[in-house]
Each structure stands twice: as C-alpha cells, then as structure tokens.
Design a protein around this ligand. Sequence first.
Ligand code: PBG
Length: 333
Amino acid sequence: MAFPNNRKRINRASRNVRNLVAETILHPHDFIAPLFIESGANIKSEIPSMPGYFRYSLDFVLDEIQELVDVGIQSVLLFTKESDDKKDNTGEHASDPSGLMQQSIRAIKAQFPQLVVMTDIALDPYSIYGHDGIVDIEKGEIINDATISALVKMALSHVKSGADWVAPSDMMDGRIGAIREAFNTNGFKDKGILAYSAKYASALYGPFRDALDSAPGFGDKKSYQMDPRNRKEGIDEANLDEAEGADMLMVKPGSYYLDLVSDLSKSSNLPIAVYQVSGEYAMIKAASEKGWLNENEIMKESLIAFKRAGAKVILTYFAKEICKHLINNYPNS
Ligand code: PBG
C-alpha cells in the first residue's frame, strides 16, 4: 500500500502545533473602535439594528473608552449624531469649534492623551439631504469641489480640537490632497490621514445610517461611492490617495471586498485598513441571536479573514468583544 509522502495534517495535529504554525494572529493593537456620540448626558442608547452596540452621550463615552483601553485598544474613530437644527446643505456646523464633535475630541484627549483619536470626515451627519457633500438641488448632483472646501474646514477644526487623525469617508475627488495641503500650511503637518480609498456604494451601511439618522433624503450615493462591480478602480483610488498624501488606506465594506484588501496590500506599502461595517455586524448578530451561527467563532473567523487577506488595521463594532475574547481565551485564541 502506498502512503502519502506529504501529510499536511502533521501541522494541524494539536492545538499547540496549530498555534506554532498560525500565520494570522489577532491582537488588540490591530483594532480601531468606532464610537457614536450624541448630545446630552447620561445616555446609552442601543441601536436597534446593531444589537449590543450603543450611542453614548459624551460623559458616558468616556467610560466606554476606559473599557476599551482596559482591553488593549489604542485607537477610536468618532462619529456624532447631530440634531436637525445642526443640518443644512453646506455642512456649516461641521466646522463649528463648539460643535459636539469638537467638544468630544477635546474631552476625550484630555482624559486619554495617549489614545489615537480619529474622526470621520464627510458632511452626511450635517446634511439636510443626508449626502456626504453639498447638493446642487436643481440638478440633484453632489458638487465635488465646493464640498472639498467644506471638508477641509471640517478636518482643520477637528485637528485644532486635538484629533490625531482624520478619516475622510466622502469619496470626493482630490480631498486627500486638499486636506494634506491644508494641514501642511496650517501647522498640522504631523496629523494623519486614514483615507477611505476603496469605499463602495453598499447596502451594508443601513444600520449605521439608523445610528446617526443620516440616510440620504433623495437618491443614493452611487455617484461618489464606488460601484461594487469594479476592482481595478479601487486600486486606482488607493494609488491616488497615496500620492495625495494619505498615511493609511482603507477598504470598505470588509467581508465582501477581501479581493481589494489583498490587491492593496500588494500595490501599496502603506498599512491597509479594512472596515467591517454596520451591516456586517448586524448580520452576524442576527444569525447568532437566532442560534444559527456561533457568535464568537464567526466573529473571530470574519476578523481573521481580514488579516489573512492583508489588512493590518481593522475597524469593527466587535472591537471590544474580540479583545475580551482574545484575553479570556489565551492561549487558545
Ligand atoms: C459617512 C460614513 C458612512 C459609514 C462610515 N462613514 C455611511 C455612508 O457612507 O453612508 C458607514 C459605516 C458603517 O456602515 O458601519 N460617510
């Protein structure tokens, strides 16, 4: 009887051998935790389409950050939910030095000076139309260059308030270069830019738009976010962002776009980030609540897939949960 000469199972024979040969290891330092902040006090309100995920008032978000720091997380990405009186067509309020975002950045950096504080840059939370840019009402179009000026003002006001990094998520052409230039000429040359480079027009953002009350009032975001049918275009977007001065490149959503994560990890030497978005979180939670999937296992598998594909940095609503799991299950994780 002929025996196989090559027994791949030898490297899988025991937990310890598997751990020895594992190529992909999750660590708390890999994660950026997104945080939703609303105005007021004593608020922790669960987002219905994101079970187990909450919007916090500023006082409570500080407690939440302490919990994140305690499990080893070192960076957060801030989003604010703005009331209707803060919304217009030009995002005027987005660069208000006393706005909720600016107050939040100051309070968070005061209490956690080492924490890497990143902020989302796009007009949608401040737009009466729920769009990421300024709308030409007559044409029903999103105006690229005027939007860039608003985004530059917004980004400057965030770094002036103490943000370490900005993360432009709007997909306007040329915004990375404009923000980099504004940082360089206004005394903020050391601030980072995490570019949402390959950001697709995805159905997976629904729960996030519930969380921030930011769904588009008319139309969709397909004239600025990318077409899911395109792959090379994502590489092109990322190349441009890198040339314009981005420090990190992001693919978003995550799970359905691992080809892009893999492509960018080869085409660029910048760190690649991936965003496991609200709909990905919602799907995992919903199936787990029904008992159809094992939540811990599917959470871990989904996150490992990102790193295996080539991402270094992972933005996920599971950030705290996975870190707790990693800590509690060491060395089995
Ligand atoms: C805002 C923004 C969105 C997300 C991050 N920044 C929504 C959108 O583009 O409509 C989505 C995040 C998520 O779904 O978790 N431009």
